[in-house]
Design a protein around this ligand. Structure first.
Ligand SMILES: Cc1ncc(COP(=O)(O)O)c(C=O)c1O
Length: 454
């Protein structure tokens, strides 16, 4: 008999504290001892061993705004980023639906890196072979990590903004029945994971912070999975605004712009199929170089930040918790706080998808490009980039005509992959997204039932 692999339900990823205590403690032990122990599937959660959401509340001395900027930290997920959550959810839904079969199928992971790392990792834990399809000039740490987890690489030309080529390659490979793709840009487990697990974790993360509510949620979409957390936040705090962040250099959602940029993981020249544009209120553009300079400040500017009034231990602690897209999300959070005139007590929530471990080469490259990165340079960057962030380049997309542009972008991007216009039109109704979300309950039950058979 085929052995059905085990792993957590959506509810258990949100509430690991409700797992059987011995399973929870064995899983936490595995996290410290052996990252390739399948028990680590039960560590796919935003929560630490004390069952608190891993987060940091940035001080006004760094952000220059009175509102609390609450950043949920993804580096603590197994494999080093929260993208392992959608990878696991997509594979697990396929397994319990009987569409992905152990011993028969090879898993494909179209990605710019972290989803690929997550795909290779989860496939390893569940006994599948994985092929990660990604652009050929991302940071070298990403390829190394995928290979470390036993994933094979299928590289397509270009960088971050050429992810569309990886999608085309994926669809081509999917014609082979031996392959099953965890198609993060178009499959709804990604939406379900982030709406249920990330969204409700965000709501928990602001308990005891400021007024305990969420005034705004911002995230820079790659697949736009993380943005789905905003749908759940809005369901609980209807006043909350959602901001999607894009590289200034590749402003596809804001105004159809296209171009190369350096913020790995985001801004993929498309409106992804799973992006619920109905709930996106603002699109905010962030300059890519500021995210790399900001990362350098976090990494090597402890003394500078301390002089600016940031607690030294705090400045030391954040050195390892961010990559460029995390800095991008912080800049977007500061901008939306300014744009919405948020004050003390208001909370803006965002995420840091991964940590610094996969960006050493990015900072080495910055050091080569700038002749001088002495403390006075880092101080100027910190003041300009964080304290000096303005509320320009914020596009209000709440009006029907602005939404229409986003729907049309989606049609342009997805009709060519065989999705029907009726399906795309269905996404114009809020009910479509509620139906997708309602399936969390169904999969909770299916996953729990398959575990009993295990
Ligand atoms: C570093 C990084 N930041 C941000 C994102 C975007 O997250 P999402 O795909 O959920 O929109 C990704 C996605 O791969 C990523 O790897």
């Amino acid at each position: 008999m085929t052995r059905i692999p085990f792993g957590p339900t959506y509810d258990e990823m949100l509430h690991p504290e409700r797992l059987d205590p011995s399973l929870r403690s064995q899983a936490l032990f595995a996290l410290r001892q052996n990252e390739l122990d399948p028990l680590n599937l039960f560590n796919i959660t935003w929560k630490n061993s004390d069952n608190q959401v891993r987060k940091v509340v940035l001080p006004p001395a760094l952000t220059g705004v009175d509102a609390n900027i609450v950043v949920m930290l993804g580096y603590g997920f197994p494999s080093g980023s929260h993208k392992v959550g959608p990878a696991y959810s997509t594979l697990m839904e396929g397994l319990v639906d009987g569409e992905i079969i152990p011993g028969v199928h090879t898993i494909l992971g179209p990605s710019t890196g972290n989803f690929g790392i997550g795909t290779a990792y989860i496939s390893n834990l569940l006994g599948f072979k994985a092929i990660v399809i990604m652009p050929d000039n991302m940071s070298k740490e990403r390829y190394e990590r995928i290979q470390k987890y036993g994933g094979e690489l299928e590289l397509t030309p270009g960088s971050e903004s050429d992810v569309i080529l990886t999608l085309e390659r994926t669809h081509e490979m999917m014609k082979n029945p031996a392959y099953k793709a965890l198609a993060q840009f178009e499959l709804f487990p990604n939406y379900r994971f982030h709406r249920h697990v990330t969204g409700n974790s965000a709501i928990e993360a602001v308990q005891g912070v400021g007024n305990g509510r969420v005034a705004a949620f911002v995230s820079a979409p790659g697949s736009a999975g993380t943005l789905a957390a905003g749908d759940q936040i809005k369901a609980v705090f209807p006043e909350a605004k959602i901001g999607a962040l894009e590289p200034y250099e590749c402003s596809t959602l804001a105004n159809g712009g296209r171009g190369q940029h350096r913020i790995e993981g985001i801004g993929d020249k498309m409106c992804t199929l799973i992006h619920n544009v109905l709930t996106t209120d603002f699109i905010i553009l962030i300059r890519d170089e500021e995210t790399i300079q900001g990362l350098k400040v976090f990494r090597d500017g402890v003394e500078v930040l301390t002089r600016m009034g940031v607690d030294r231990d705090f400045a030391l602690s954040i050195r390892d918790w961010f990559g460029p897209s995390g800095i991008c999300n912080i800049l977007g959070a500061i901008k939306i706080a300014k744009f919405l005139r948020l004050g003390p007590g208001d909370n803006v929530v965002t995420v840091a998808t991964d940590g610094f471990d996969r960006y050493h080469s990015v900072i080495e490259d910055l050091d080569r490009r700038y002749l001088e990165t002495a403390p006075f340079v880092l101080e100027r960057w910190a003041k300009d980039i964080f304290l000096g962030a303005d509320d320009q380049l914020v596009f209000d997309v709440r009006r029907a005509d602005k939404k229409e542009r986003l729907f049309q972008q989606k049609e342009k991007d997805w009709l060519k992959f065989g999705y029907s216009i009726d399906f795309l039109n269905a996404m114009r109704e809020a009910g479509f997204w509620e139906e997708q979300y309602a399936k969390v309950k169904v999969y909770n039950e299916k996953i729990a039932a398959s575990r009993q058979k295990d």
